[in-house]
Every structure is written in C-alpha cells, then in structure tokens.
Write a protein that binds this ligand. Structure first.
Ligand SMILES: [Zn+2]
Length: 125
C-alpha cells in the first residue's frame, strides 16, 4: 500500500465512495496530509468529499465536493505548490517539471528514468 493511501483512514467520512483513489506517488504525502489537516481546521465536515487525488501534467489534482471558498482556494494553492515538490521522494531541492513525459521530480529521482541510450554506463553529469 502506498503511504498516501493511509491518509484515507485518517478522514474516513471524506473518502467515501465514490473515491477514485490516490493516483500519485508518496513524495506528496506530506503535502496532502497537511492540506487535509488544514481542511479540518477550516471546518470541512462530513458533507465534504474528496473524489480523487492524482497527478496530472506534473501537478497535484485534488477533486472535491462541498468545499468552502476558502478551502477551494487553499486546495488550489497546494496544487500549485506541488510543482515544487518531488512526487517520488518529497524533496524541494532541484525539483523540475520537464521532459517528454511531464512529471515533477528532483534531480536524483529523475536520473534513473532518463533515457540514456542503449548503453547505461555513463551516469556522470
Ligand atoms: Zn526526488
């Protein structure tokens, strides 16, 4: 189970069906956890729903139902901020969103996924 999946258990009433799952990697765990805590402080109650959490075009998408204006604004901010956080390891260092397949990763996480040609010997920068 991905770590982000655990967040569902913390807020069971928000993640009732239809919830389409966490389509993102664990690097965004803290981002999402903190957002959920903020939403709770903002008074989102059992009528609030998280429909889907996923990565799209390198950014976090957080689809909800019943969010207040304040909550919706905060969700948007966090989704924008996700472009600064490596989706795989959660660092904010050397994070870029680039490549033919757009993902938001730090330099170290990006490296193994780069196509280096037929020979995978030269890993030097
Ligand atoms: Zn990383």
């Amino acid at each position: 189970m991905k770590k982000v999946e655990q967040l569902r258990a913390k807020h069971p009433s928000w993640f009732q069906r239809p919830f389409y799952g966490f389509g993102c990697d664990d690097g965004w765990y803290k981002l999402i956890r903190d957002l959920l805590e903020e939403l709770e402080l903002m008074g989102m109650d059992e009528n609030f729903r998280v429909l889907q959490v996923k990565e799209k075009f390198g950014g976090l998408r957080f689809y909800t139902q019943g969010a207040s204006q304040e909550a919706a604004r905060r969700i948007e901010e966090v989704c924008q901020d996700s472009f600064n956080v490596c989706e795989r390891c959660g660092t904010r260092e050397n994070v870029t969103t680039e490549g033919s397949w757009v993902v938001t990763l730090c330099k170290d996480c990006r490296k193994p996924h780069e196509y280096k040609g037929a020979e995978l010997e030269d890993w030097d920068d």
